[in-house]
Design a protein around this ligand. Structure first.
Ligand SMILES: [Zn+2]
Length: 113
């Protein structure tokens, strides 16, 4: 259900861009999914075609790029790759680290005609 509504959000973003940039057909949709965003790429792929059906992105190809999570430790100023939201800083062991990257999903590129 979560992924279905995400696909519907993606479609809304595409349709908004189609209006702004006046294209009528989308060939490829490149999606960036952050490792920490809790979005399942398989589930997105699964409902993507169904949601895009009949829209400007009808039968568009979906390309998914996973983005690694990146965090920053305010205690020791260490930047590091983070696999889970509540991991500790590998340098000093503190848990109150801040996520810098990898929490969101976004459209990185649209190939249109
Ligand atoms: Zn630290």
């Amino acid at each position: 259900m979560h992924e279905l509504s995400l696909c519907e959000n993606i479609l809304q973003m595409i349709e908004q861009q189609a209006k702004d940039q006046k294209f009528t057909r989308v060939l490829t949709v490149c999606l960036e999914i952050g490792q920490l965003s809790c979005v399942e790429p398989e589930a997105i792929s699964f409902c993507f075609n169904e949601v895009m059906s009949g829209s400007v992105a009808n039968q568009a190809e979906l390309k998914i790029v996973m983005l690694a999570g990146l965090a920053w430790c305010p205690t020791c100023y260490h930047h590091f790759e983070i696999l889970q939201r509540y991991d500790e800083c590998p340098n000093c062991g503190r848990y109150d680290v801040q996520i810098v990257k990898g929490e969101h999903m976004r459209i990185s590129e649209l190939e249109v005609i």
